[in-house]
Design a protein around this ligand. Sequence first.
Ligand code: BGC
Length: 434
Amino acid sequence: MLSFPKNFLWGAATAAHQVEGQNFDNDWWDWEQTPGHIKNGDSSRVANDWWNGRFIEDFDRAQSLGHNAHRLSVEWSRLEPREGEWDNAAVARYREMLTALRERNIEPMVTLVHFTHPRWFMEKGGWLADNSPQILERHATRVVETFGDLCNVWITINEPNLYMVLNYVWKTRPPGTGSLTQGLRVARNIIIGHYRAYAAIHHLQSNAQVSLAHQWRWIAPAKKNSLLDRVVAWQSNYLTNEMFVRALTTGRMPTPLGRGEKIGDGKMPLDYFALNYYFQNRVTFDISRPGSVFARQLHSTWLKGTPFEEFSDAGDLAPDTFYQLLKMLARINLPIYITENGTFDIGYDNQSPYLVTHLRALHRAMQEGVKINGYYWWTLVDNFEWDAGYWLRFGLYHLDVETQTRTKRPVADTYAQIIRDNGIADELMKRFGV
Ligand code: BGC
C-alpha cells in the first residue's frame, strides 16, 4: 500500500458554466450561439442543471465517494450581471452551494474566474482594457466579503496561459479575435489583476489561501536531436509555462510581458501552487505556423483507432512527466495542490489506469519531499466541455444530458477505494499495470 498523509484532500473540480446551465449573461453563452463554434451543436443551456438545484444530488455523490474537498467556481456574470449591480438571488444560491458542501464535510475551494466573463466586461474590452486589473480587484473584494464566512481557499483565475493561447492566439474560443501581441497584453493584465486581487483578499481575510490555477502543458521536442524542434519546444514552453510562473514567483514582469518591472508590491502572490496537469505535448518546427511561433503539436498516439483520433490537441499520457514536473515545482517552495487532473473516457475504463498511474507518480514525488496537500480529479459528472460540447467526457459519473441521469463509471469506485484506504493498494497497482 502506498499511503498518503492524514488530512490529505481528495476531491473533484468543476466550473460554473460547465455545470450550472442557464448561464446567459457571459461571453461563452454568446459564443455558443454561432453554429460551428461548439462540437455537434451542443449547448450549455442545461448542462448538469445545478442552477435548478441538482448540485445537491451531485454533492451527495461526491460525499458517497468519500470526497473531503471540492473545487468549484462562482459565475461572475450571475453575481454582477450589469456593472455595479450585485444580484441577491445569485448570492443566495451560491451560499446554499457552499453550505451544502460544508454540511457534507467537503472543504470548498472557490475560483473567481473560470474562463467566462460578464458581457459588460467584454464590451469594455475584457482583459485588453487598461483598468481590467482594478475591475478584478473590485470583484475579488466583493466575493470575499460575501462568501468569506464559508470559504477561505481561493483561486483568482483559471489558466490564463490557456486563455491567452486558445482565445487570442488560436482564436478557437471567445472572443475569437486577436494576435500574439493582444494575447500577451491579456496575460499581462490578468497577472497584474491577480496581484491586486491577492492583496485585496488578504486584507479582508487573515486565513485566506490564495493562488491562480496554472495548467502546465509539458512541451517536449518531437525529435530530440532536431535543433529546430528543440528551439520551438523551448519557446512554446517559455511562453505558456515559464513566463507565467516567473511573473507569479519573482514579483517582476518578465519579457515579453514587460521589461522586468516590479509588479504590485513585488511579493510572491501565491500561498500555494495550484497545478492543473493532463498530458504531455510534443511539438515540431513548422514554417507555415508563424502565429504559433512555428510550433505544431503532434497527434496523440494513444487516441489512434479510437473515436477521438481527430482530437489532435490532447497530448500523450505521461505520468512520469507529472512526477518530473512536481519535482521541478518543488523549487518554488510552496505547498502544491493538484487542482485538476484527469482524462476523458474513450470507450472503456481508461480512466482508472490514468488515475492510478498519476497518483503513483504524485506519491513518489511526495516520498522524495515534495509537499502536496490535495488532489482534485477533473471532473465529478460529465459536463459542458467548452468547444468540445459533450463529446469529451471526463466525469467520475456519466451524464445523459436529456434525462439528466447520472451513471457511475468504474473510475469512481477506483477513486473511492483509494480515498477509503488513503492510499493505493498493491492490488490496484497490479490490476492497472503499475
Ligand atoms: C479547464 C477545464 C476543462 C478541462 C478539460 C481545463 O483546461 O480548466 O475547464 O474542462 O481542462 O479539458
